[in-house]
Write a protein that binds this ligand. Structure first.
Ligand code: FES
Length: 165
């Protein structure tokens, strides 16, 4: 009888974890966001190259300081975002990412949400010095709230640690 505990990841997640697509910093990005998950304290960076006249995402890359699920989610997400106009990329959901990956384990849903929240933050950052399009909500979405800005994440996590002392 085998005593091996099965890994919670399916082969697609593991393959993208080992060979992620679009991994790396983009020096000439038109938009960028660094976002962290309150659920685990991990961080992600999303970089976008955008054609200003068409609003098409020409290139999307990421850096992840998260787990295998986050690396695989970010890899799929950047692949899905590439070639889309910003409005379409905004509507990519973490469930679509989970479907593409053959379902993320339930305890890893927040890793996919972090990736999507990071993309949304990068898209919002792109419009920070431009007129806001009507499809961009005024208030942060739940994905964005999950993917907190670095300062906010550190502030909340350090308060949590304080309370534990
Ligand atoms: Fe933190 Fe997956 S556990 S991103």
């Amino acid at each position: 009888m085998s005593t091996r505990i099965p890994l919670p990841y399916n082969p697609k997640v593991l393959e993208l974890f080992k060979n992620p697509k679009n991994l790396g910093r983009m020096e000439d990005a038109d938009a960028y966001a660094l976002a962290g998950s309150l659920a685990c304290g991990d961080m992600i960076a999303i970089y976008l190259k955008i054609d200003e006249s068409t609003q098409v995402i020409e290139k999307a890359t990421f850096e992840s300081y998260g787990c295998a699920a986050n690396i695989a989610s970010s890899s799929i997400l950047t692949e899905m975002a590439k070639g889309k106009i910003l409005k379409e990329a905004w509507n990519i959901t973490w469930k679509q990412i989970s479907d593409e990956l053959g379902q993320l384990p339930v305890i890893k849903h927040h890793c996919g949400i972090l990736a999507v929240g990071g993309l949304k933050r990068a898209i919002r950052a792109y419009f920070s010095n431009k007129p806001k399009p009507e499809w961009l909500p005024d208030e942060p979405t739940s994905d964005e709230k999950h993917a907190l800005e670095e300062e906010k994440l550190i502030e909340i996590l350090s308060k949590k640690l304080e309370r534990k002392k």
